[in-house]
Structure formats: C-alpha cells, structure tokens
Design a protein around this ligand. Sequence first.
Ligand code: BGC
Length: 729
Amino acid sequence: MVGGAGRVASPRIEALIARMTLAEKAGQLSCFNDEIRPVGAVFNPVVSPRGAEAMLADIRAGRVGMLFNGYGVAGARRAQAAALESRLGIPLVFAADVLHGCRTIFPIPLAEAAAFDPDLSRRAARAVARETTANGIHWTFAPMVDVARDQRWGRVAEGAGEDVLLNCLLASARVEGFQGPDLTKPDALLATPKHFVGYGAVRGGMEYAAVDMSMAALRETFVPPFAAAFAAGAGATMASFTDFNGVPVSANRPLLTNLLRGDLRFDGVCVSDYDADRELIAHGIAADEADAARLAILAGIDMSMQSGLYQRHLSALVEAGQVPIAAVDQAVRRVLILKERLGLFDDPYRSLDPRAERRETGSKAVRDMARTVATRSIVLLRNDGDLLPIARRGKKLALIGPFGADRANLNGPWCFAGDSARGIDLATGLRGAMGDPASLIVEAGSGITEPLPGGIERAVAAARAADIVLLAIGEGADMSGEGNSRVEITVPAAQQALAEAIAATGTPVVVLLRHGRALALTGAVRDAPALLATWFLGEQTGPAVADILFGAVEPTARLPVSFPLATGQQPWSYDRRSTGRPAPDAEPMAAGRSHWRDAADRALYPFGSGMGYTRFALSDLQVPATIAAGAIVPVSVRVRNVGTRRGEALVRLDVHDRVASRTRPARQMKAFQRVTLAAGDETRVELRIAADALALVTGDGRWQIEPGMFDLWVDAGAGTEIAGAFRLE
Ligand code: BGC
C-alpha cells in the first residue's frame, strides 16, 4: 500500500493497521503537550490540561500517538513504557519546538540566516540535533521556512528572512543537519518545515490574520522553501493556522492535498498547528467540533495537535459515513511510517539513554558551535572612520543600555528548555576579552520600555567619562516571535531618548542592536557612527560580540531582511516588482512616480547589507553572451582585497528578466559565494546560476522558462557592483 505520494508501508505496519480499532487509529493521529515532562514557559495557551497520571492512562489505552514540548530522558522512558503496555504496544514519538537549540541556546534562526552560510546552518542543526535527541526528543517542529517580508510580523525571528534563494538553501541545510544521514540513528532529529503555507503574508503583519495572495505569488515565493526541505527528506510538515484566500489552511484541501501531496509529492506526516482544527469554529468554517475534525481530516491533516478532536470525534465520523475509513487509514499509515523511519518499532527506547543525556547536554562541542554561529551572525552595518575594531586595552568603554548586564533577553523566542541564567551577557563577555576589564563602565540608562529614574543622567555621566560608548538597545525578548507582531517596528521611545542624550555628549557611539526583526531606525540610533545588528544571539552573546568588537573575528554576516526607512513601508522586500512608474533612488523625489510622500521606495539597509573590516574591489566580469535554456549560467569575476586586513568577501549575483509574460522582480539574488583573501590578494570567483533559477510561474501556476535578455549584477559589498547581461535562448 502507498503511504502518501509513493512511500510504501512495511508488512509490519499494514498488519498493525489491520488489527487497530477505530479508537486506536484516532489515538495515533492525536498529539498533546507533554504533561509527563512539564516545562515552565511555553508560548502556547493551556488547552484542556489533564495532568501526568491521566495522560499516562490515556497512553496505556492507546489514545495518544505523540507528545510534544517536554524534555528529559527519565520522563520519556516512563511515557514510553506506558505506550508499550497498550494493547498493540505502538511506541510514542516525542516532538518539540527546537528552533535554535534545546538546552544550549543558539542565535535565533533569523540571526543564523545572516551568516549566509548553508554549511554552517547544516553543522549547527547537527549539533542541536545531538543535544536534543539526547534529551529524549525525536522530532523537531523546525525549520520554520515561511518567507517573511513584513517586519511587523513577530515570527520573522523564526525563519530565514525575505529572500527565496536564501530560504531554500537554509531550509535544505537545516533539514539535512537535523535529520543527519540516517533517520534510525539515536541522534537523528526528524524535521518539520512549517507552516504550510503562506503564513508570512498575514494581513498587516498581524499574527494569525488572513492571507490573500495570487497562486503565482504563492508558488514563486512561498512554496519553494518547502519544496527544498522536502527534497532534502523532511519527514513532516505543519499546516499554517491562517485563513488562505478564504479557506483556513487546516481545512484547505487544494493546499494540503492537491498542492502538498500532488504537485510537491510530499509523503510524510502533516500535523495541524496547535488547536488549529478546533479554531475552524472561530474562523466560522466549522459548525462544531465534529465538523471541524471532519474538515481537517478530509483536507489532509494527518495528526491533530492538542485539541483532542480526532480522539473524540473520528470514530463517530467514520461510523456515520462522513469520513471514509481510507482517509483515516492513510493518515495512520503515514504516522506509523514516520515511527518506523525513526527506528522506534525496533528500538522504542532510542534517544532515551541517560548517559547520552549527561554527555551531550551543554557539551563543549555544542557550546563552541553556538559561539561560532553567534559570531558569524553579527552584521556590521556602519563603521564610520573605522571606529571598529576597538583596541583591547587603552580605551575607556561605557556599556550603556538595558541589555548591557542583562541575561533575561539573550535568547529570544522559542527556547522552552533553555536556561537564561546560563547565558553570558555583554558586560561579562566584553570584560573577558579586555586587556583591562576595569576600564569598562556599565550603566543601564533605561528600561526596555520604561525610563529609569535618573537613568539618563547617570548614563550621560558615564558616556562623558568614556572614549567610546557601546549602546546596547533594541527589543526585549518578548517583543518578537509568535503572537508579538508590532505596528511600529522602532526602538522603544524610552531607549530612543537615552540614545539621543548619549549622542549629544559627543562621545563616539557603537550601537549594539538587539532585535528579532528588521527595525526602522531613526535619529541618533540611525546616525551613530558604528552599528552592529546583534539579534538575539543566545547563550554565547557576550563572547561573540566581544570577538567582533575587538576584531578577533572579522564580521562576515549580511542582512537576511531589509531595514526600512519607516514602518509604513511594510511589507517590503528588495526583490519587489517594479511599477509602471518606478522612482530612481535619487532624492528629491520625482513627482508622479512610485514612492511615498515622505519616504522613497528603498530601504535604509537592504537585504544583503553588511561589511567587514577590510574592503574588496571587483573587476573583469565574465558572462557568456548567450545561454541555452536549461543550462547552468557560468559567471566569474575577479575579487581583490583592497583593504589592510585579511577578510572574507561575499560575492553575490542578482538578475533581472528584461521582458517576460509576467512582471518580474526588479532584481533577485540567484547565487552567492564566499572567498577569504589576505590584504592585497586577488582571485577569480565563479558563480553559477542554476538552470531552473531563471524560470517564472505563469498565471495558471506552471513554472516556465522564457527566452530573452537578462540583466545581471555582481557585488561584494556597497560600492563594488558591476553589471552585465546575457541572452537566454
Ligand atoms: C506554533 C507552532 C508550534 C506549535 C507547537 C504553535 O503555536 O504556531 O509553530 O510548533 O505551537 O508548540
């Protein structure tokens, strides 16, 4: 029998399905928040809690297929023992939202995306998987692969930002890293690219709002990262909470069956989001719980999360003829195949070894990787007069702002098993790297959203006494992530006032921005001579920032999201389509062209912005004049380090399709490549545009390559761009 688009179930699974009662089938299709291993703060609201003993009884009765968001081997062994006592002894699978580390917290995924380094993301996901599986978890609800072009949406923090290619590369790298080469191995962590599909385009950036978009936009921008993750072997996906073109995804058969199973040939498990099937009632699509369960299973939701709707209603729906048994069996088959792929039937206690838990939790290897990723996630956006790097000794530094000596805001959203007390704050990290730690003064100056009594006065005095101010300001950890959309994506007013007062002292300021999204910077923050995007970097924040500030490590990251001129430009992305009246970037703005009255159609720091401590120059661009359709476009360019330090260039290639049957992005990244060069050295870098990367989606949803002229630009940082063109035959 076929378990989805082509996956064949083993005789063991078919024999089990033949023996299962309807209630046992509904049990395999139901998953619940782990109350046997309860953790403190998880984002999700509490829905019908039952306590550990009742949950164990449910498991013994065969009424539960998966538990999520618990960790720890001892509790998992208790739960698994209960599952093995059930009539058919089908093992449980344990899942969790491990987006950027389990016990050791890594930078948020958006920060890691700034590294522009799929290989690093793959290695980071592998390190996270080792620690996570050692803590009794087999399956992560990650990576989040929603393309996010509206910075008001709080969940921008969880993904790889606004660009399609970067999202695709990191989606496959993260899936490969989590799952490893062999899913049956105890350190393999099943991946769940989510949320299928289009969630990033919620109206106004507001959490859980409706999504309306053309099918061409869906397929061209939002589907490709899922396709990449599936091609990398992802074993599961999660349906989006949101209403898509009038039908919530949890009830949307064209998306969950025709697109997901048909076009994309996905054969893994599709799990609902948390309570999302029951939310069909609030959406006004289902009359009651039974109706909601019916809509969800018929649309293609295999597993119902937390609502208990399948547990309570599936059997009756089948008996009443409202849901064909074949639909239920197909979902059960997929869930059992997932458990079999993980090796759980052969070893129900895989990943439940207390020795591995002790060995891997917070191991040196995982902490070192967290630091490497943190350092490579920091984006240097401005460095007037080479203010950075700072000498390790001989300078008096004032670390000012609410994040200077703070550990509560290092981690950012979704780290249910992390311990913020283990994090290394900025002050500690900087002192550890300074030749004379006593020359660092620390002054909060302000709270995150509220002023501190006398705070600005004390901070101004500290700034006056210092050679350089390090201003650690931005968003608190609870200002981005799920449920934390913002109407204004600015630095909170109390901190902006602090920044203005510090700037007025005349002491040079290095802004260390803390954030889970791109921000609209204004005034003294925007105009500071040096600016570093430092996101939420996790446990290793302090040492990573010190590595960059003092120049032990060269900044190599680039923005995965554009920093706008103002919030009102959202949604915005660098690869927007040009209008019939495009406005050149030059100001003052031309009348009757596409711009706002009070802002141009450009970003303050567009996607890809970022620099290092050296500079590069490009020359001798080589592009073939004509390319056969379907062939790889080979492009090469000479790169020279024209600065005085060794450094890493990120050479990027964008294209624009001059004339096509549908309007095309003004420019869109198609390839990038890194190269490290000593001062004065030069090399030739090759970039290859994949054969299908020049295709577009037609109005009826097909990918199509159209011949004609393409413009092309290559750059290695601001001011280095060279242009070319080629004809596609
Ligand atoms: C989120 C998902 C998450 C799920 C389980 C939901 O609120 O949207 O991303 O995986 O909860 O915790």
